[in-house]
Design a protein around this ligand. Structure first.
Ligand SMILES: NC(=O)c1ccc[n+]([C@@H]2O[C@H](COP(=O)([O-])OP(=O)(O)OC[C@H]3O[C@@H](n4cnc5c(N)ncnc54)[C@H](O)[C@@H]3O)[C@@H](O)[C@H]2O)c1
Length: 415
């Protein structure tokens, strides 16, 4: 096997045994940027595509306390050839797991992201309707927004009403169209807000998010299989509850063959992202501002709901007691709205979903749940031409321990 290959304007470097090359790859003598380091790892747990800036990141364990901290270069084992290391240090690289059959289709999307993304929104309930209004007004770069819900009248209503909205500036707003179920995955990002039933305001159910798991997983499985059958290479944005376990379920169900075997012929883990942390961050900032705290220093991690972690600051300023108070306030803010007699869906639809998905497609930092060692873990990340990148910064050990504990709990939730 040659060492380097040109493919779609990028340089592929197979690293280790078992890497699969696309048939269009052409051998070249020297590596160049953009560089894609190929590896082949089986299993249901590892990542599929991610941006790296050092060799050590290829090998690090997938737990939050490690991934969210800057990598120490002294930990790096010099395994890569010198020219590859030089490019990696200067420009970063993409790490691509060729054990996933559609890895090259997904790689192409990261190398050449669509300038005018096409979005499809599934579910036009309270959350979905709010997301749609936000996307219509804020998503001026979108090519179009497809909508789908089994409630035909709801689809007809939103198609009419939202195509009757005037643009606030000279930039036209994206058209909204009714999407057939057969064409749902003919898009760059599918936003899923459908639910089989949010508990009514009068019902005392405990966590209103977790009680929806079984019913929503069964409903989602149908869409996860559709994504697999269509060879979908875009983003599956999971918004309905419970966001984080359902994001993992979408990934797993899309990778199952007819006998239920995990075959890696479905979505890469990074094609699925859970969108529930945005509103938790916004709620924590709301309470922090009221208490006169620095809202910009606030960080939110982990699940959207029970297990959420809010920190007043990630580094030396971290205050455990204050952070736990902010966590409690953010995690129960939905109940404060419910106590007033309203279902809380405006801030969630706009912060968790609309703004966070638009930021994702724009390659900006945003809050969301990303694949990490067998669970979807909420943190700050962004899409880059080298693949998804995590926000890394120094984290105080006390906080890091809480993140690892929350991650372990999330991992235990799904088989
Ligand atoms: N991510 C977040 O930050 C966040 C915040 C609040 C709520 N949520 C969750 O969002 C979800 C939606 O909440 P809501 O208040 O809009 O619920 P809703 O009951 O108002 O709407 C649900 C919609 O799903 C549709 N639907 C039902 N079955 C479907 C199917 N098989 N395919 C497509 N659509 C189907 C229904 O027709 C309905 O329009 C819930 O799970 C809720 O807990 C998420």
């Amino acid at each position: 096997m040659h060492e380097y290959y040109a493919y779609e304007g990028a340089c592929l470097y197979p690293f280790g045994a078992g890497c699969r090359l696309p048939k269009e790859a052409v051998p070249v003598e020297h590596p160049f940027s953009p560089l894609v380091i190929l590896f082949a790892r089986g299993g249901r747990v590892g990542r599929g595509i991610f941006a790296i800036q050092s060799e050590a990141e290829l090998f690090e364990p997938e737990v939050p306390s490690v991934l969210l901290q800057p990598v120490s270069m002294s930990q790096a084992l010099p395994c890569l050839p010198e020219p590859v290391r030089a490019i990696l240090q200067q420009e970063g690289a993409c790490a691509l797991n060729t054990a996933f059959s559609r890895c090259y289709a997904v790689l192409k999307r990261f190398l050449n992201p669509p300038k005018r993304p096409r979005i499809v929104l599934v579910g036009l309930g309270d959350v979905g309707g709010t997301v749609l209004i936000g996307l219509k007004l804020l998503g001026t770069e979108l090519d179009s927004i497809g909508i789908f819900d089994p409630n035909e009248a709801q689809c007809a209503r939103y198609e009419m009403e939202l195509n009757q909205v005037l643009p606030p500036a000279d930039i036209p707003l994206p058209p909204v169209y009714r999407c057939n179920e057969s064409a749902l995955f003919d898009c760059d990002a599918l936003l899923f807000t459908a639910s089989r039933g949010v508990p009514p305001l009068t019902e005392k159910t405990g966590d209103v998010r977790m009680v929806q798991f079984e019913a929503n997983r069964a409903m989602l499985s149908h869409y996860a299989k559709k994504a697999r059958d269509c060879g979908f290479s875009g983003l599956f944005a999971q918004i309905s509850d419970p966001v984080d376990p359902l994001a993992r379920a979408v990934f797993l169900d899309s990778n199952q063959d007819e006998r239920g075997n995990f075959d890696r012929n479905g979505l890469l883990p990074e094609q699925v992202q859970g969108y529930g942390l945005g509103v938790m961050h916004a709620r924590a900032q709301y309470y922090a501002k009221k208490a006169g705290l620095d809202a910009d220093a606030i960080r939110a991690y982990g699940p959207h709901g029970t297990g959420l972690i809010v920190a007043n600051a990630p580094g030396a300023e971290y205050d455990d007691a204050l952070s736990k108070t902010l966590t409690e306030q953010a995690a129960t803010a939905n109940l404060r709205v419910r106590e007033l007699g309203f279902k809380p869906y405006l801030a969630p639809g706009l912060s968790s979903a609309c703004v966070s998905v638009l930021k994702t497609l724009r390659g900006e930092w945003h809050d969301g749940a990303v694949p990490m060692g067998g669970a979807y873990f909420g943190c700050r990340s962004r899409f880059t031409p080298n693949g998804p990148m995590l926000w890394r910064e120094p984290i105080l050990p006390a906080l890091a321990a809480r993140l690892d504990a929350a991650h372990s709990t999330l991992k235990e939730f799904l088989p």
